[in-house]
Design a protein around this ligand. Structure first.
Ligand SMILES: [Fe+2]
Length: 356
């Protein structure tokens, strides 16, 4: 009794804090997953408020980018820029990333092995061409604007190994979904061409906008996500990244688009809009510089110190990653190694094959 009281006294403030910030899990947070509160509109109110504040911050940050970029991002939910770097810069960067020796985190999603390196200041110090990309003025301004947070994002290198010879696991990336309840961005600079062979990024243009139909869908989803026990359908996602069916998409008046792009293309997407990783038809690879910027959606303002705030976020995230690492590697969900990206066969694949 005393123990559970102590546990609760720690958990309740955490649940309240999450509800007032980026918390999204209907399963882990009983406030967000409370069916009475959601019937009264808790989820929908959070969605609306987060969107209003996002648009307010975008307005304040509008001098950072051109009016064409602003219009495109606000209309479609994503920006696409081909030939982003000069040919020479891109070739130097590609060579550097393929040869990079760094701590690689590897997970299996479906039959895909996803390898990632977190490009913090330590890794950047070893990679002058990547550091130049990190300091690229155009990229910096676009990311500070599109995220609405005025700070550079977290940077990763991501290498996908499609149709790897592994025991398949559930793949959360292949169904159309919104990442969370509020606007936030992810971005990719393609090191490989993307096509049906290695799986293009799929986005639903305009689905980032808060229409009346989308709001009604959000409300229905929130009630569904509150279900407990036997009512909770297996195979659904209760973490707040709602999946959307083709029929629901058509009812909302949307159509998915496959963004097959040549290498050296930059895509910045508002991942409140529906998106997914397109299917790869063949055994293949796809490498990208992957960027992510997610922050408290209810903070009406943004940092006046972009670089130092980015470094602080990077430091905090590195600590968090180390904790996540030990949990996931112990649970067998993730494998870590130091070395290059394996563009032929992954370490986890060989481990699994050895144990079979
Ligand atoms: Fe996503």
């Amino acid at each position: 009794m005393w123990r559970s009281m102590v546990g609760l006294s720690w958990k309740v403030p955490k649940w309240i804090f999450e509800s007032l910030s980026w918390g999204k899990s209907f399963k882990n947070n009983p406030l967000l997953g409370n069916s009475f509160l959601n019937r009264c509109g808790l989820h929908v109110i959070r969605v609306i408020l987060a969107h209003l504040l996002f648009r307010f911050r975008l307005l304040l940050l509008s001098p950072l980018v051109s009016s064409e970029d602003r219009r495109e991002f606000i209309r479609n939910g994503y920006l696409l820029k081909k030939n982003f770097l000069s040919q020479a810069e891109f070739q130097r960067l590609t060579k550097e990333l393929i040869e990079l020796k760094a701590p690689v985190r590897e997970v299996i999603e479906g039959t895909t092995i996803t390898q990632r390196v977190f490009m913090d200041s330590t890794e950047r110090a070893k990679t002058p061409n990547f550091q130049r990309l990190y300091s690229h003025k155009g990229l910096d301004r676009l990311m500070r604007y599109c995220s609405s947070k005025n700070r550079p994002p977290l940077f990763y290198i991501e290498n996908l190994c499609n149709h790897a010879n592994v025991t398949p696991r559930p793949d959360p990336q292949r169904d159309l979904h919104a990442d969370t309840f509020h606007p936030c961005v992810k971005a990719w600079l393609y090191i490989d061409d993307s096509s049906d062979t290695n799986g293009s990024f799929v986005y639903v243009p305009g689905s980032h906008r808060l229409t009346w139909r989308r709001l009604k869908w959000e409300y229905r989803q929130s009630l569904e996500a509150c279900k407990k026990g036997a009512d909770r359908a297996p195979g659904r996602y209760w973490d707040g990244s709602f999946r959307v069916s083709t029929q629901e998409l058509a009812e909302m008046g949307f159509k998915a688009e496959k963004l097959s792009v040549p290498k050296n293309t930059l895509i910045i997407g508002n991942v409140y809009g529906f998106h997914c990783r397109g299917r790869a038809l063949q055994k293949s690879h796809r490498m990208t510089v992957w960027m992510q910027a997610r922050d408290n959606p209810f903070n009406p303002l943004f940092t006046p110190f972009p670089r130092s705030t980015a470094l602080l976020f990077e430091w905090i995230w590195k600590k968090a990653l180390m904790k996540i690492d030990s949990r996931k590697t112990e649970g067998g969900e993730q494998s870590n190694y130091f070395g290059t990206f394996n563009r032929a066969k992954s370490v986890m694949a060989s481990k699994i094959l050895e144990s079979e």
